[in-house]
Ligand binder design. Structure first.
Ligand code: TA6
Length: 316
């Protein structure tokens, strides 16, 4: 996101700024050293996560469009109440193209040196026409040393049950997709969006990329790893409440077809997303569901090979 912004108000742990390029209000969280995170009130979307040395860790397309109701291409978007395009709603639901508010009733601030902001989305009357269920969707974005946590909570505030699917559409910045490996999904079943969402079993070693990959892995482990060989860094994704995980790289042809995506930007990004898709989450009136995704960036030699269940089998 652009650096030209006007500060509109300051909270002890975060800043609310208006980004003069996009015109959207954004919240900026500050962490140790030069680490930071930015979240747009539009879509409740994380658009930046910087490491302690100030390096941007998330991918944002240089062609992203900041014009509602178009979703913003990149960062971490919330796909709710529908992930994908199988239901009656727009692809990935409407939460990422609505204006959120700062939660007027936030949870207590985090301890252990972390800073957080709590956001809230409730349906408008228009939303109720397309998805006739009353809900409160909360997102807590927490920044710590080398870590970014997103905690999503869905409460059924209606008088009838509803079901939903949800994913945290996470775009990681990588140095070269042909030198990236995803570990932790080996031997699992997945839906392949490139083959009419048919179900397959992964036969491979870790996932590498030499063509478009668009899969939803099912019943996955809580910890996954994205290893960037060139940078010698690994993103560790730890999730709770999210049984599935989506993996996507558009590769050459799809990149050229997406108007809000640079033709060669597929080289520098990969999506890995905590998701609840195969089994929609059902909530009775008054019930609340929580799903959390934590991203941590560590040096690669710490993780390489440790996520592969084949290797793990030999380990106690
Ligand atoms: O998360 C992967 C995916 O579902 C892919 O199917 C691809 O369509 C991607 O999302 C793009 O979604 P978006 O609506 O952000 O263009």
């Amino acid at each position: 996101m652009s650096d030209h912004s006007e500060t509109t108000s300051v909270n002890p742990s975060f800043l609310i700024e208006k980004d003069s390029t996009s015109g959207f209000e954004k919240i900026k969280l500050f962490g140790p050293k030069r680490s930071s995170a930015e979240v747009l009130l539009y879509g409740g979307q994380v658009t930046s996560w910087k490491s302690e040395n100030g390096e941007e860790l998330l991918f944002m397309s240089s062609k992203a469009v900041f014009k509602p109701p178009k979703p913003v291409r990149g960062g971490i978007a919330i796909c709710f109440p529908q992930f994908g395009n199988l239901g009656s709603l727009e692809t990935h639901g409407f939460a990422r193209s609505r204006m959120w508010v700062i939660d007027p009733d936030p949870q207590p601030p985090p301890t252990n040196e972390m800073t957080a902001v709590d956001l809230l989305l409730k349906p408008t009357n228009e939303d109720m026409k397309i998805w006739p269920h009353n809900f409160e969707l909360r997102l807590r974005v927490t920044l710590g040393a080398g870590k970014l946590q997103l905690t999503s909570r869905v409460r059924n505030t209606d008088n009838k049950p509803f079901t939903f699917t949800l994913a945290l559409h996470t775009h990681l910045s990588v140095s070269d997709i042909s030198d990236v490996r995803v570990e932790g999904l080996e031997t699992l079943d997945y839906f392949d969006n490139l083959q009419d969402r048919q179900r397959f079993t992964d036969q491979g070693d870790s996932i590498t990329f030499d063509c478009e990959v668009d899969r939803i892995y099912l019943s996955t482990p809580q910890s996954l790893a994205v290893i960037d060989h060139e940078k010698k860094t690994t993103f560790v994704l730890r999730k709770t409440g999210f049984p599935d995980a989506a993996v996507w790289n558009p590769w050459i042809k799809k990149s050229k077809a997406l108007v809000d995506f640079g033709d060669d930007e597929y080289l520098r990004m990969v999506c890995i997303e905590a998701a609840a898709v195969e089994k929609p989450i059902a909530l009775k009136p008054g019930e609340e569901w929580t799903g959390r995704q934590e991203l941590e960036v560590v040096s690669s030699n710490y993780f390489s090979g440790q996520m592969d269940p084949v290797n793990l089998k030999g380990k106690s």
